[in-house]
Design a protein around this ligand. Structure first.
Ligand code: NAI
Length: 781
């Protein structure tokens, strides 16, 4: 072959990486694996084969964990946890550092084993998966070191159950294990059944590193083992990455259990190309967006949206590039696209594509290897936004596409999905790109780049892509809880009475929806009695129709989320001022409602609280993360959207203010279910809202039994988060109902909160009222 021919074809010979060391390691282990529990490998039991998807060869036999295995792993983790936490940040940092060093030392072995087990190209495992896994351990060694100084109010959660998928087996393990350990937790981890080998190699590394026994426990098996972990009584937190369907089941299964939960689920992430983009770079970006790891990436840029004027030219370039992708032996260092993880996945992708008759399908004209789970790079253009393939995650090397005409159409197409994990924007106009980024419903936005990830930047989504962030300072919240001593919540029964109204004028407090006092849809109300049995008035009984009206009003008040922090601060100060003007009247009302003498104190605390959040409205800043690229990752705080909240029964004014103020300060709109036994403090507060320039629909107040409201709020698809500070039983109702659209929840699990004290305000509230969006902006040539 002549040099000019080589340049013509850009063809090059095979450059296979040797599998010898990885295969030898498997043989050394007897090619049969038990679990890793309490620092030891257990004897292999009944199980299943782990195969190489490129060849179908059996690599090893794994053990399907039994309930007894899971129990033993949880027991070991529980036993080890207090000592591990007491080791202190520096002690744990040393261990995490040792793990990072050993991961680095055995990098090639990990990479090759990953390729054999998963089918991803060695280039990716070697240059992305393994280095990022190491980076995660280094980064979190640092977090352990800094924990005591920087997070003095945080403590470990306890034992974490972690369930991970097969697309980035080692990297997902690192994402889960490193922050958990750094914060003083111990873990029971279950790798995916197709790809458990690098987790078992990691277990071996833990042994070599002298990690205390029981700190990391690894059990293997399928979804049934996952269910055992999820259902285990002695686990404090579940962290899951995988499909939305399983995530939803886990949400339902853990509802009301008191377990903390983070879910990192699927996506159908838009990849938007504007006409002023550097089109060649945008094409190259797509190689990383949808053909990286054969498209088996939760944040894959799988939905291409191209500006109409450049669409034909762009598709032509893209097809030409697709023809140059080398599909083949994943161990070959010059291969771009490897195999799907398993025949099951291959079948799923093929069936989805075959079932589609819309649009125009183009299959890359590239040589395809014989056998193995290979699937050709595919592009389907001309789809409609509602077509199945535009909506459903394919999780394979299949890109779907449509065009748009204006930036606002691009945004609405991009957001036309139930998911919200990531988004990519290509434009040379920074003004346009930075204007679009905040409008996208996604946890991560990449500008002129794609699939950029790092331990220092939070990763995670909104909507049905799940909740919680992994990485960065924001990821630590998922592995800590505040240092408070839990106290059980006392139930408060409303007073009863028989007295006639002291005042013959009817005093039925209305609901407050969309800035108007409105009668309840059902037309019912209930008497509210004071301690002495006097009739204080009537409160309306809201039903699900009223909830729906309130959600509509809150959705219509979107402008609030775009208003400035300064404006929101001014309005919250004004609320405080107007409440102060009527302090005596409110204090009296609170005393008669609750039958005590603390009304004046409660009003004073409510005014203070409004000041606190007026102060925070323009100060809860984002960050610029120090990611290892030439560029920045802007961690922007955004409002969650519409938040429904069950207000505490106790402290009927202060409780309502404590829930409302942080939410609206951060730009959310709220639907508040007032204190159930003492609703009239909330309905009086409506008058303060009405005189304080709070725009219609930003605050909506409902009264009536929480039992009628909790489930409707939790299941409503247009509510983005629900908080429950009401009676204990509503924690389960809210968590269970939230599985409908996987909205975020924050519930009290039957624990009391001292609303007067510091736990009644602060960072926990601000965190719950915001999403962190990481916007990556690489720059330079
Ligand atoms: P999956 O969600 O079933 O598997 C992920 C993990 O969850 C595995 O470890 C599995 O054993 C475990 N699991 C399964 N059922 C469980 C249960 N009921 N309780 C607890 N744990 C359980 O994903 P699967 O079936 O392997 O892939 C199906 C589809 O899911 C893919 O085609 C893709 O669309 C999506 N997926 C998304 C991922 C992501 O990163 N977002 C990762 C893997 C799959």
């Amino acid at each position: 072959m002549t040099v000019s021919e080589i340049f013509d074809t850009m063809d090059y010979g095979p450059a296979p990486e040797s599998a010898a060391d990885a295969l030898a390691w498997l043989v050394d282990q007897g090619s049969r694996f038990g679990h890793f529990i309490d620092g030891e490998f257990t004897k292999p039991g009944e199980g299943f084969d782990s195969t190489n998807p490129a060849t179908g060869e059996v690599l090893a036999t794994l053990t399907q964990a039994t309930q007894a295995d899971v129990d033993a792993a949880v027991k070991a983790a529980r036993r080890a946890q207090p000592k591990w936490e007491k080791l202190g940040g520096h002690g744990r940092a040393r261990h995490l550092y040792a793990l990072a060093r050993l991961l680095q030392k055995h990098a090639r072995l990990f990479a090759v084993l990953e390729v054999l087990d998963n089918g991803k190209p060695i280039r990716e495992a070697r240059d992305i998966d393994v280095p990022l896994a190491q980076r995660h351990f280094y980064y979190h060694a640092g977090m352990a070191q800094l924990m005591e100084a920087e997070l003095p109010d945080a403590q470990a959660l306890g034992v974490c159950g972690q369930i991970i998928p097969w697309n980035f087996p080692l990297l997902m393990l690192a994402w889960k294990v490193a922050p958990a350990l750094a914060m003083g937790n111990t873990v029971v981890l279950k790798p995916a059944e197709y790809t458990s080998l690098t987790a078992l190699l990691f277990a071996d590394i833990c042994r070599q590193a002298g990690l205390p026994k029981g700190v990391v426990n690894i059990v293997t098996g399928d979804g049934a083992v996952g269910e055992m972990i999820v259902g285990h009584d002695d686990i404090d937190k579940i962290a899951f990455t995988g499909s939305t369907a399983v995530g939803r089941r886990i949400r339902e299964a853990t509802a009301g259990s008191g377990k903390a939960l983070t879910l990192e689920l699927g996506g159908k992430s838009p990849y938007i190309v504007f006409d002023d983009a550097d089109l060649d770079s945008a094409v190259e970006g797509l190689v990383d967006a949808i053909w990286f790891n054969q498209g088996q990436v939760c944040c894959a840029g799988s939905r291409l949206l191209v500006h109409e004027p450049v669409a034909d030219g762009f598709y032509a370039k893209l097809r030409a590039r697709m023809g140059k992708l080398r599909v083949g032996d994943p161990l070959d260092k010059s291969v771009d696209v490897g195999t799907l993880v398993d025949p099951v996945q291959l079948r799923m992708v093929s069936e989805m594509v075959e079932a589609n008759s819309a649009g125009e399908r183009y299959v890359a004209e590239t040589d395809m290897p014989e056998g193995g789970c290979f699937y050709p790079p595919t592009l389907i253009t001309g789809l409609n936004p509602a077509d199945t393939l535009m909506q459903e995650e394919i999780f394979g090397p299949v890109l779907v596409s449509t065009t748009f005409r204006t930036p606002s159409e691009a945004v609405s197409l991009a957001n036309n999905t139930r998911y919200g994990l990531a988004a990519t924007v290509w434009s040379e106009n920074i003004n346009l790109a930075l204007d679009i980024a905040p409008q996208l419903a996604a946890g991560i936005v990449w500008i002129n780049g794609t699939n950029l990830m790092d331990a220092a930047a939070g990763f995670g989504g909104v909507r049905e892509s799940g909740f919680g962030r992994e990485g960065g300072w924001e990821g630590l919240a998922a592995y800590t809880r505040p240092r408070t001593t839990p106290k059980p919540l006392k139930a408060i029964e409303p007073f009863t009475g028989e007295g006639a109204p002291q005042d013959p004028i009817d005093r039925t407090a209305k609901l407050y929806i969309g800035g108007k006092q409105t009668r309840p849809d059902g037309g019912y109300s209930a008497p509210v009695w004071g301690k002495s049995g006097a009739l204080l008035g009537h409160a309306s009984l809201a039903n699900r129709k009223d909830v729906r009206n309130a959600v509509e009003a809150a959705q219509a008040a979107k402008g609030w989320s775009r208003s400035t922090g300064h404006l929101r601060a001014q309005i919250i100060y004004y609320l405080a001022e107007n409440l102060a003007a009527r302090a005596e009247e409110f204090a009296h009302r609170l005393d008669t409602l609750q039958g005590g003498k603390s009304g004046a104190k409660e009003v004073e605390a409510s005014i203070r609280r409004l000041f606190t959040y007026a102060a925070w409205a323009d100060k809860y800043d984002g960050q610029v993360h120090g990611v290892p690229i030439r560029g920045v990752a802007l961690a922007m705080k955004e409002p969650v959207g519409v938040i429904g909240a069950l207000c505490p029964a106790e402290a009927p004014l202060l409780g309502l203010v404590s829930v409302m103020a942080p939410a609206i300060a951060m730009g959310n709109r709220v639907i508040l279910a007032a204190s159930e036994p003492y609703p009239l403090a909330a309905t009086d507060f409506v008058q303060v809202l009405e005189t304080s320039d709070v725009p219609a629909g930003v605050v909506n107040i409902l009264t009536g039994p929480h039992a009628d409201l909790a489930d409707t709020l939790a299941r409503h698809l247009d509510i983005d988060a629900v908080w429950s500070f009401g009676a204990a039983e509503f924690s389960a109702t809210v968590e269970k109902g939230s599985a409908s659209n996987l909205k975020r929840t924050w519930v009290n699990n039957g624990q009391a909160r001292d609303w007067m004290g510091p736990e009644g305000e602060g960072h926990a509230f601000l965190r719950a009222a915001t999403e962190v969006k990481n916007i990556w902006v690489p720059y330079g040539e």
